[in-house]
Design a protein around this ligand. Structure first.
Ligand SMILES: [Zn+2]
Length: 293
């Protein structure tokens, strides 16, 4: 059955472009198509920024060349940001970076336009779960390391995506399939990190995902994310999707830590936008601080 609440959403269902892009317009399909072209490829329109800033042109997560950095006037970009967590220093996240163990891993395939956004929540998963891997998606140049990992029998990957289209219905599985992965293999949740449209583009234009089982998220949970406008309360952001699927996969501890960490990120960022310093730690802050010892 199709969960209609999730069907029109996505693994990272933020259709509204974030305020932090500093503009209200949605990136056009043309912009997105251009952004997901590998920077080494020839461009029909040419790009004067290619080759600039050698220190910035490699993605530290993958070693891949980065797309040319777009002019990026973040709202509040004059605010001093912490080098550790990239949040405004007023309410820094670093004291709450707690780790958790999980048999289930998370790999993110992140759209190039999502990487530079400070409100991106995918990176929170990597802070909590050390084995998390982050790949930048380039439509015509798949990440070689990702391809090798997908071919590695030690892993049992699932691509998290709604089951709202009939053409891949035969690949749809439920979360019990993650629980049933034999102990000698490592279950992996592959999250497509971007707007709904970007996630769908990644799903549809990545042949190496076509043989993987598709895992839709079934939940009544509503989003707690306050940093971007969402079309619906039922659209969960990437960190929330991960936390919920970890919980449903039996990784209660990792899910709780990620939930707490997401709440602290959400509260801290929202407060900083109002120039408000949080003086009284929230319950989630206290739990994470205690866990760090
Ligand atoms: Zn920090």
């Amino acid at each position: 059955m199709c969960d209609s609440r999730f069907a029109d959403s996505a693994p990272s269902q933020q259709d509204a472009r974030s305020e932090d892009s500093g503009s209200t317009q949605e990136a056009s399909a043309t912009e997105e198509a251009s952004a997901d072209r590998h920077p080494g490829e020839p461009s029909a329109v040419g790009d004067p920024h290619l080759g600039e800033s050698p220190s910035l042109d490699r993605d530290p997560a993958t070693g891949h060349p980065r797309p040319p950095r777009r002019e990026f006037k973040a709202r509040g970009s004059f605010v001093t940001r912490c080098a550790g967590c990239n949040l405004p220093e007023l309410n820094c996240l670093c004291p709450y970076q707690a780790k958790a163990d999980s048999r289930v891993q998370v790999w993110l395939i992140t759209h190039p336009l999502e990487h530079h956004k400070p409100t991106n929540t995918g990176r929170l998963i990597a802070d909590v779960l050390a084995p998390t891997r982050v790949f930048t998606w380039y439509r015509t140049t798949p990440d070689e390391k990702l391809l090798a990992l997908l071919a590695d029998e030690r892993y049992a990957p699932f691509v998290v995506f709604p089951d709202d289209q009939p053409d891949y219905a035969d690949r749809v599985v439920e979360v019990e399939a993650v629980r049933r992965v034999p102990r000698e293999r490592i279950p992996v949740l592959i999250l497509l990190d971007g707007t709904w449209r970007q996630a769908r583009r990644i799903f549809r234009k990545s042949p190496y995902l076509e043989r993987l089982p598709v895992l839709p998220l079934r939940t009544d949970r509503l989003t707690r994310y306050r940093l971007r406008k969402s079309a619906s309360q039922a659209h969960l952001c990437t960190a929330e999707v991960a936390a919920e699927l970890l919980r449903q996969s039996g990784e209660e501890d990792a899910a709780s830590v990620l939930d707490d960490y997401f709440d602290v990120f959400n509260d801290s960022y929202a407060a900083s936008r109002r120039y408000h310093k949080i003086e009284t730690p929230s319950p989630a802050m206290r739990r994470l601080a205690a866990r760090r010892g």
